[in-house]
Design a protein around this ligand. Sequence first.
Ligand code: ADP
Length: 461
Amino acid sequence: MRLTIGMITISSLGLSSLTIWTIGKMQQILVDSHKHNIKEIAERFLDDFRIYSQMTPREIALQKASDNLATTDTFLWVKSSDNKTLITSTNKFSSLSTSQLPEIINGANVSVNNKVYKIYDHYFVFFRKSIKINNKILVTLFVAQDMTRDQAMFLMMVKSLSIINVLAVLGIVFIVLFYIKYSLQPLRQLNRMTEVISIKDLGQANLSIHKAPSEVKELAQTFSMMLSRLSQSWEQERQFVSNVSHELRTPLTIVHGYLQSVLRRQSNLTDMQREALETAASEAQNTINLLQDLLDLARADSGYLHLHIEICIINDLVTEVVEMAKNYSQRVITVEETNYPIKAKADYSRLKQVLLNLINNAVQYSEANTTITIKLSQQLEQATIQVCDQGYGIALQHQSRIFERFYRVDETRNRSTGGAGLGLSIVKTLVEGMHGSVTVRSRLSEGSVFTISLPVPGLRS
Ligand code: ADP
């Protein structure tokens, strides 16, 4: 928009200045030609006067010389040195009488030889010259030329030029608008292309534009190179997380195993030693879980998380998971199931992991005396599993962000749960890997409902 306004302003200013200059120049040429004309008339008057004055008295010579040169547009008159009008030319067929002009010139008090004067709707150029004989000023000759017709033509041309100017400016506006729109097209195209690039297809992004100025092509190339560098560093980061998680998980699992066996086998531990070992074992377990989550996410990012999708009976899976959850949480978990088996296409063990994660969250973010409910249902094309709790709930502004990695709603309250904010992002990654979706509905202090939707097998399967 700014570019358009700038270009339109510059071009209309340029065009208007050119028009004004042309008009000024035309006016000057018009006046100059008339001035030149009346100067010549004055010269001829002198010659005529000299010839006539040899034959006739001075007054008659002046009259004859002026009548000779007078036309319908050219008026001459002569004044004596004491400013008295001696003679005026006889202008036949003229709409103005010569007798008016000396009056006009006296009254107008103009610096005669310069510009155009408008008198009684007529435009005049004037010229005055002193006639000297024997180096003595005798009389002053005045020549006036009526240039009204030329001026009218000039004004008509000014009008036409102004109209042409306005039309040209309008034309320029349209051309500039079209040109800018056309020139910005490749940039828009580039914008559209980059808009849809996600972290997953950073490496494959191809920003090639064919019909574009070389600058835009260069820009697209630079963008492509930047994206490939970004993709490389993203890949390196993923690799790093994956390697670190892998390298740390093995020794930690061994440490955890030893701690567990010491706790099981040694009966002569003091209370303090037992407590310290239990804390160490639980922290080691938390860290192992975190590393496993990081590994899963890194694998999912690089496309190496292979899911074994098969047709699962959801009812069985839910019963199994609920039994496991009841064992470690001692919470009331009820299942509202259908009286028919619900089938869905999923990876059995990964779906168990997903449900355990959600139930684990429901346990952690609700009071011990509240119930957790798992609801199963089947619509036409999808099976849904809902994990409902009556816990603290999640404020609306956090609901869209809790599936992000390392996002935790209330750091101080959640610290005790031992999570790192990866659970729900694992849930989302796994469910989406099974071509399903996960959503949340929640109200503060009332509870939350996490819904997993999975595709059901086709009728033939
Ligand atoms: P965390 O390891 O912290 O549990 P998650 O990714 O599982 O990480 O959850 C992210 C955040 O979402 C949690 O920190 C918690 O604040 C909120 N949250 C998850 N599930 C629930 C729930 N059932 N009720 C209330 N808040 C929840």
